[in-house]
Design a protein around this ligand. Structure first.
Ligand code: FES
Length: 108
């Protein structure tokens, strides 16, 4: 049985500048860790429109724009805010301890 409270260390806050993101692979799931003005957030690193990585998308406030066709998602909730995507992103719980960034096990 997987433990839903299991967090996996994936990155360090000092490696992700404000307004940037890094893609990490957690047990085969690609997760995007984003540093925003309101803190760090973790979402699936796959746009729900044409299923390409969101990594490298422009981050403004807590919104990210898909680099391919410009769909906009709220990183806090995963909610789609602008087309052409219409499905929300999956979000993942994230924990920061010191400078260490961990995400909840996506398989749990
Ligand atoms: S692939 Fe993201 S908006 Fe089209």
């Amino acid at each position: 049985m997987n433990n839903p409270e299991e967090y996996i260390q994936v990155s360090d806050t000092t490696d992700i500048e404000l307004g940037n993101s890094v893609s990490v692979n957690v047990n085969g799931t690609k997760i995007l860790i984003c540093n925003t003005e309101e803190g760090f957030f973790a979402v699936q690193d796959r746009c729900t429109h044409a299923l390409i990585p969101l990594c490298g998308g422009f981050i403004q406030g807590t919104l990210i724009s898909c680099p391919l066709h410009g769909a906009v998602f709220d990183l806090k909730t995963g909610e789609v805010m602008a087309p052409p995507a219409f499905e929300d992103l999956q979000t993942f719980k994230l924990k920061i301890e010191g400078t260490s960034v961990s995400v909840q096990n996506p398989d749990a």
